[in-house]
Design a protein. Sequence first.
Length: 531
Amino acid sequence: MDAVILDCLATGNRLRRVSTLDAIGAGPRLVLGILKSMGYDTALIPCNEVKKKASLIRRATYVLVSGMSTDLGSMERVRKFWVGKSSVAGGPSFVDYDHLLRMGYDYVVIGEAELPLPLLMERLDEDGNASSVPNVAWLSEEGPVRNPGPPYVTEPHLWRFTPDTEAVRSYPGWWGARVYVEVVRGCSNFYRPTLRLADGRRCVFCDICRTGPLGKRGFCPINIPPGCGYCSVPALFGPARSRPLRAIVDEVHELLNMGVRRVVLSAPDILDYGRDWLVKPEPLTDPRNPPPNLDALEALLSSVTDHPRVRDGEAYVLVENIKPNLVNEEVAKLLGKYLRGTPAHIGLETGDEEHHRALGRPSTVSEVIRAVKLLKEAGLIPYVYIIHGLPGENERTVRNTINAVEQVRRAGAEHITLYRFTPLKGTAFEGFPRPPPAVKSVARPLYETVRRLNKEANAGYVGKVVKVVGVSKLGNVTVSYMLPHGPVVRVKGGRPEELVGSAFFVRVTGVIKERVLEGVPINRGRDIGMS
Ligand code: SF4
């Protein structure tokens, strides 16, 4: 084995997923695709399998580890599985490159892998020294060095590698997982927050990032990173850039042919797809104008869903994030035409209009509520995100967020996810303290409202028949994912060894806890198993 790639994404410090258990990301598959295209014999190992695959790791010449900055604990723990090999860290964790180098990683890939990684591997093969490669960090005798390089990858390099598809089989329960296929890299929101930052800097309202020429919006006279204050996407991955249609369709159909049941078109905003082509050669750094490229979106959605398993209701194509300000009747209708019955994720973050704008959001609160209503009417299932503990939060913002949350629920939001603010490195809100849990803060009434609304939504499932796919066996229980998306269902009855790998129908009999239901299988037929 020449190289192994360890996927530590979303594992925190536990070597196993702590959230989004059913998701298989696009990044590690892309790294695998890059290495395979260079002729390396390579394997991908999910972080929770490192103990089982320790001998494979020992036999590899190179170890590449992918993670986010919240996964540094796991990235440190996996270090004990090898000695004396060249190791490379990458993924969004690169913002903590100094920490990763001091942990013992030899190199850290800064930003996107397409440019530095092939060069880095070539240099390692040649003489074991990659310290001159652009966009790579390494440890010199004087300390960590970050080699400069382009801020983000552009065409023709951007989409020149094909993410590996076979690698999804490395993940337990892959046949029921949501497999992410990249369609847009980066984000079009180059607005910045106007709140005072942790180091005292504050927007001087020059308005460049809101009304300046597109090519100038990357610049801020006081150096505030672009995007919503809590989000690292535009600063780390640049403006929105759309992947060519053919490459997406090939990858999606290959995954569906393999037996994947759920493909997620991965994009910081699916409605950015093809918008960058409308402003070319300028970068897409405006989150509101031009409006969505309906032709590009229709070409994308009609092609990816044009597959027999999708037409037969055996497999599903889903989207994730949607910028509410880009949703109008036409957009909602188009999404409903191809994605009916699937979820759409919308960020509200705070329901206070002034706070919403001050965070750098491109939308208004009323646009969020309207988007939820339109998407629901078009047949999608809106999921809404909020964040507590953000800079600027106070009793008023909490009160207004409770009000907005009640409104999005009435407008048709299926589930509200309440996150705790995490100050990420490389974002405008870096340096703010991590807030206490919602129950111990001013956000407690918001926490209670969200809990109540979600409890009501969960209770609404009881007695209903839903379709699930069995992914694992826990004694006599089959742990199953709802199709196309929804709470986990623990199925009692039937034969778990037959149900794992199959899609089947379940009558929901109760709620175990938030996002976890229980049910019994019912005899409405099942389709072919994939395990
Ligand atoms: S955040 Fe920076 S670029 Fe944007 S308006 Fe304020 S000072 Fe100007």
